[in-house]
Design a protein around this ligand. Structure first.
Ligand code: SF4
Ligand code: SF4
Length: 512
């Protein structure tokens, strides 16, 4: 499973003999041992059994960043449905609401209608480009810090450590017999996991209805069945993915590591073991003895602390690895070890293999954050962002759409004239009743009839559209000439009686 990228590495120190480091091969052999004697190699199992991972607690800069991200992201997710936003008497007061029954998406001051789904497309493009940009600058920083799977797994691991103890204590207990203490701890852990999973599912459904009302309905068993069903589904998936499957999701299920590997380049910063400084590795004593005898010795004391804290069980010293989510916890663990043995920090760091090679060649390291791909991603984000802002700023509060009758496209009347039928939809995005005057332009010698719309005193046809609503009007347009061109443009127009604001759309008058 592990993709060891570097097997032969140069030692630290100028003029020393190259030392072949075979640690990666040894680790691979330990993880995937050869078949027992007598068993042919091709009969060995195709799939490795899962190695249970007990991530050890760690302290340091990256752990603190991860805690901060966890608190902020989960805080937003769990509490956002309860944030209120006053939109007036006829609109929901929830700041973020996906209102399926009324076909609306509310996000603070923005209200998106179904016909404005292009905003969602813009947001998806920006999200994808932001992901690519993060990847180009600092590898899988999304995976390590922001991905929901990582965030919830982190929370579940923290609960596990709190209840079961840290790595060593937990492993020892799991190797022992089932005692009352072990049973109680396991019970408490699974109960807390289920509570978090349940609240995760509960928070999700609150985005689809007024949160305080739905909480009350859920508690009194008066909520719709679909709400309970979704809570059940999300409770199960959160409990299974974050509590049990954990790193398996990142390693086997998620497509992003594969896509990310194709999108990265040699300048992207990645959590990197600086083997130029760390090798040859060995215990403190062994390395001291080597140095005394004039042999090179690296800073890595082979304590495995970087592996013990890794949530995916990766040994970063094996090189680039599909299982590494770039969380930086091994940096914290190794920095603590370096501090204890009085060596400089960042034996593991956000770095590139290119820089390691440059340092080995005596050149200064390089950090090229501004490059063609980062500029391209930034430009796309900026362009789409500006277009979306412009569209939002110039967004109208009224619109019109028209559908031409399809079958038949036209009808010849008894007097020889031609008639086309249309369905107009008038949209009022304001939170008050509005009156619109209807008009049709662009075609001479035609009469039009707005079905069910009486004429006003000044002869105009006026319809009333309720607040934040749409209204359909059926229109018949009759051309008085016996012969007309097969397709003539025709303009439908609405004018707000109070403000004079107008909206138009066009279609065609069809003839044989
Ligand atoms: S924590 Fe640092 S010193 Fe210890 S094994 Fe990992 S890289 Fe080597
Ligand atoms: S190897 Fe280091 S950066 Fe990668 S997942 Fe493990 S702890 Fe995180």
């Amino acid at each position: 499973m592990a993709l060891a990228a570097v097997d032969k590495r140069e030692p630290r120190g100028a003029g020393s003999e190259p030392v072949v480091v075979e640690a990666a091969a040894v680790v691979r052999q330990l993880r995937d041992p050869a078949p027992p004697p007598g068993e042919p190699e091709d009969e060995a199992p195709l799939y490795a059994a899962r190695r249970k991972i007990y991530p050890q607690a760690v302290h340091g800069t990256f752990r603190r960043i991860k805690w901060a991200v966890l608190v902020v992201t989960l805080g937003i997710y769990y509490l956002l449905p309860f944030v209120r936003w006053d939109r007036g008497p006829n609109a929901p007061s929830q700041a973020v609401l996906i209102d399926f029954p009324n076909h609306r998406f509310y996000f603070f001051f923005i209200e998106i209608w179904p016909q404005e789904v292009y905003y969602l497309t813009g947001l998806l493009i920006i999200a994808a480009m932001a992901l690519f940009l993060m990847n180009a600058v600092a590898g899988r920083v999304w995976c390590g810090y922001l991905c929901p799977q990582t965030v919830w797994t982190d929370l579940f691991c923290a609960i596990e450590r709190w209840v079961e103890g840290d790595r060593r204590e937990h492993m020892l207990r799991e190797r022992g017999p089932w005692t009352a203490n072990r049973l109680a701890r396991a019970g408490i852990k699974h109960f807390l996991w289920l509570m978090v999973a349940w609240w995760t599912g509960g928070a999700w459904v609150l985005y689809f209805a007024d949160a305080p009302t739905l909480v009350k309905d859920l508690a009194t068993l008066e909520a719709p069945f679909v709400a309970y069903a979704w809570i059940g589904i999300l409770t199960f998936t959160t409990y299974a993915l974050a509590g049990h499957m954990r790193e398996q999701v990142c390693t086997y299920m998620c497509p992003w590591p594969r896509i990310q590997a194709a999108l990265t380049d040699e300048h992207a910063l990645n959590v990197t073991y600086r083997y130029d400084r760390g090798e040859p590795r060995g215990s403190v004593k062994k390395n001291a003895a080597l140095l005394e005898r004039g042999f090179p010795a690296g800073d890595c004391i082979d304590c495995l602390q970087c592996v013990y804290v890794c949530p995916t069980g990766v040994d970063i010293r094996d090189g680039a690895n599909l299982g590494c989510i770039q969380c930086g916890l091994c940096i914290d663990a190794c920095d603590a070890v370096m501090a204890k043995i009085d060596r400089p920090p960042r034996l593991i760091a956000y770095d590139t293999d290119l820089n390691i090679k440059r340092r080995q060649e005596g050149k200064p390291p390089q950090q090229r954050i501004v490059r063609a791909r980062t500029l391209l991603y930034t430009a796309v984000i900026a362009i789409v962002g500006v277009v979306m802002l412009y569209a939002l700023a110039t967004r109208t509060t009224e619109s019109i759409s028209v559908i031409h009758d399809r079958n038949p496209a036209f009808v010849r009347l008894a007097d020889g004239s031609l008639r086309n039928g249309y369905t107009m939809r008038i949209v009022n995005k304001q939170l008050m009743v509005r009156e619109f005057a209807l008009d049709i332009r662009g075609l001479a010698n035609v009469s039009h009839e707005f079905i069910g719309v009486p004429g006003s005193t000044d002869g105009r046809r006026i319809v009333e559209v309720g607040p934040d609503q749409t209204r359909e009007v059926r229109v018949l347009v009759t051309g008085r000439q016996a012969t007309m061109p097969p397709s003539t443009p025709i303009v439908f127009e609405i004018t707000d009686i109070a403000t004079g604001l107008q909206a138009q759309t066009s279609d065609y008058f069809r003839a044989p």
